[in-house]
Design a protein around this ligand. Structure first.
Ligand code: MTE
Ligand code: MO
Length: 388
C-alpha cells in the first residue's frame, strides 16, 4: 500500500532533477567534442549520399511531371541504389560510435535551461529517433522481414528521411560554433586515433561483407549480403517467385496470350506469335531497390516494335504493362519517354539463351535499361498503349 504518494512523486522528481549519474560519471578519456565532431562529419557525408540517392530512387519510381530519368547509361540506377544501400549500412557503426560519444549528456541537468535549449534537445531527440528508424527499417527491408513494420516501408522510409534531414540541418546549425572550434584543433592522441580507425574498419568490413550483392568480384567474401549475383535459377536471384505471386497456373497455361491494346486496336499474341516476331538480344542488369543487382543476357521482342504493331509511333506513347498477378504492388509498371523508344527495352522471352525460368517471369517479362527492379514487371499479360 502506498501511504505517501505525494512524497513519492516529490522524490521521483528530485531524482530526475539530480540523478545519481552525471556526465562526469562517464570518465572515458576518449570522449571529446572533437571526436564527436569528426564522427558527425563522417556520418553527415554518408547520410547526404544516402539521402540524395534515396530521393532519386523515389523520384524514378513515382516521377512528378518535371522529372526526367534517362535510359542511358543502362547501369546508372544499379550504381546509385547500390550506393544508397552501402552508405546506409556503413552508417550503422558510425551512428553507434557517435551515440556512444554523446550519451552521457542525457544526464545533464537541468533537463531544460531555456527555450533555445529545449528546442535544441527536441531536435536531437527527433534526429536520433529518425536516424535509428531509417537504419532499422532499411535493414528490415533488405532482409525481407516486414513483420515488425506495421506501415508501408517505402512511404515510411521516405517521409522519415525528410524528417531526419530537417532535424540534421537544425542540429548542424546549432552545433556549428562547437564543430568549428573543435575540428581544426591539432591532432588526435593515439588512443582516440585508434578508436576512429576501429570505427572506420567496422564500416569497411560491413561494406565489403555486403557490397558483393552488386559488385560481383566481392560476391565470394560478401557473407552478409542478403542476395548474391549468380545464385538462383539461370544464375539470377529471384525477388518474388511465381508461387508467391499466385501466377503459376496462369503462366503455365497452354492458352497463354499477351494482349497488346491501344488506339482502338487489340492484338493477341501467343508464345509462338511472340517468337515469330523479330528477336533482339541485350545485356542488362536487374537492379533491385534492395541494393542487389545482377547482369544477364535477355532475348525477346522490342517493346517499341509491339507499339508499331498497332500502327503507332512509340515516341509519342506511354505503355502500361500488366502482369498475370491479380494482387500485389509490383504487378504493373509504366514505360514512357526514352525507355519506350530504347531498342534495348524488351518483352523478354529468354534469359541466357534459354526460355525464362518460371520465377523470372515466364512466359514473358519486361526488361529495360536503367530502371529499378520493381519496374521490371514479370509474367506479362497485357500492354496498354496511349498517347503521352
Ligand atoms: N509481376 C511482378 N513483377 C515483378 C515483381 C513482382 O512482385 N511482381 N517484383 C519486381 C522486383 S522487386 C524485382 S527486383 C524484379 C526481380 O526480378 P527477378 O526475380 O527475375 O530477378 O522483378 C520485379 N518484377
Ligand atoms: Mo526489387
Amino acid at each position: 500500500m502506498v501511504r505517501h504518494p505525494g512524497r513519492r512523486l516529490t522524490r521521483a522528481l528530485a531524482w530526475l532533477a539530480h540523478p545519481p549519474v552525471r556526465p562526469e560519471s562517464f570518465p572515458s578519456p576518449l570522449r571529446s567534442t572533437r571526436l564527436t565532431s569528426r564522427l558527425g562529419l563522417a556520418l553527415g557525408v554518408a547520410f547526404a549520399v544516402c539521402f540524395v540517392t534515396g530521393l532519386l530512387s523515389h523520384l524514378i519510381q513515382q516521377p512528378p511531371g518535371w522529372f526526367r530519368w534517362p535510359s542511358h547509361p543502362a547501369g546508372l540506377y544499379r550504381f546509385t541504389q547500390g550506393l544508397h544501400v552501402a552508405t546506409g549500412l556503413a552508417t550503422v557503426p558510425l551512428l553507434g560510435a557517435k551515440l556512444w560519444s554523446v550519451y552521457p549528456r542525457l544526464f545533464t541537468r537541468p533537463v531544460l535551461r531555456d527555450l533555445a535549449h529545449a528546442a535544441e534537445r527536441l531536435s536531437v531527440a527527433v534526429l536520433v529517433g529518425a536516424a535509428l528508424f531509417q537504419v532499422v527499417s532499411g535493414l528490415l527491408n533488405i532482409s525481407h522481414w516486414y513483420a515488425p513494420m506495421p506501415f508501408f516501408f517505402t512511404a515510411g522510409h521516405y517521409w522519415v528521411a525528410w524528417l531526419s534531414v530537417g532535424a540534421l540541418l537544425t542540429h548542424i546549425g546549432v552545433q556549428l560554433p562547437a564543430i568549428r572550434a573543435a575540428l581544426p584543433r591539432g591532432g588526435d592522441d593515439p588512443q582516440r586515433r585508434r578508436f576512429l580507425a576501429t570505427v572506420a574498419a567496422a564500416a569497411g568490413v560491413i561494406t565489403v561483407a555486403t557490397a558483393g550483392q552488386t559488385v560481383r568480384p566481392l560476391a565470394a567474401v560478401s557473407v552478409l549480403a542478403p542476395r548474391r549475383p549468380g545464385t538462383g535459377p539461370q544464375g539470377v536471384p529471384v525477388n518474388r517467385t511465381a508461387a508467391a505471386a499466385g501466377v503459376r497456373d496462369a503462366a503455365l497455361h497452354p492458352g497463354y496470350r499477351l494482349t497488346v491494346a491501344g488506339f482502338g486496336r487489340t492484338v493477341e499474341l501467343g508464345l509462338a506469335d511472340l517468337a515469330g516476331l523479330p528477336q533482339h538480344t541485350t545485356v542488362l542488369p536487374i537492379a533491385c531497390v534492395e541494393g542487389w543487382s545482377c547482369t544477364a543476357t535477355w532475348t525477346g521482342v522490342r517493346l517499341a516494335d509491339l507499339a508499331r504493331l498497332l500502327g503507332v509511333d512509340p515516341a509519342g506513347c506511354v505503355a502500361v504493362v500488366r502482369s498475370l498477378q491479380t494482387a500485389g504492388r509490383y504487378r504493373s509498371s509504366t514505360v514512357a519517354g526514352p525507355h519506350l523508344v530504347d531498342g534495348r527495352t524488351l518483352v523478354a522471352l529468354r534469359l541466357g539463351g534459354e526460355p525464362l525460368a518460371l520465377d523470372h517471369g515466364y512466359p514473358a517479362r519486361l526488361i529495360a535499361p536503367n530502371r529499378p527492379g520493381v519496374l521490371q514487371t514479370k509474367w506479362l499479360s497485357r500492354i496498354s498503349l496511349r498517347a503521352a
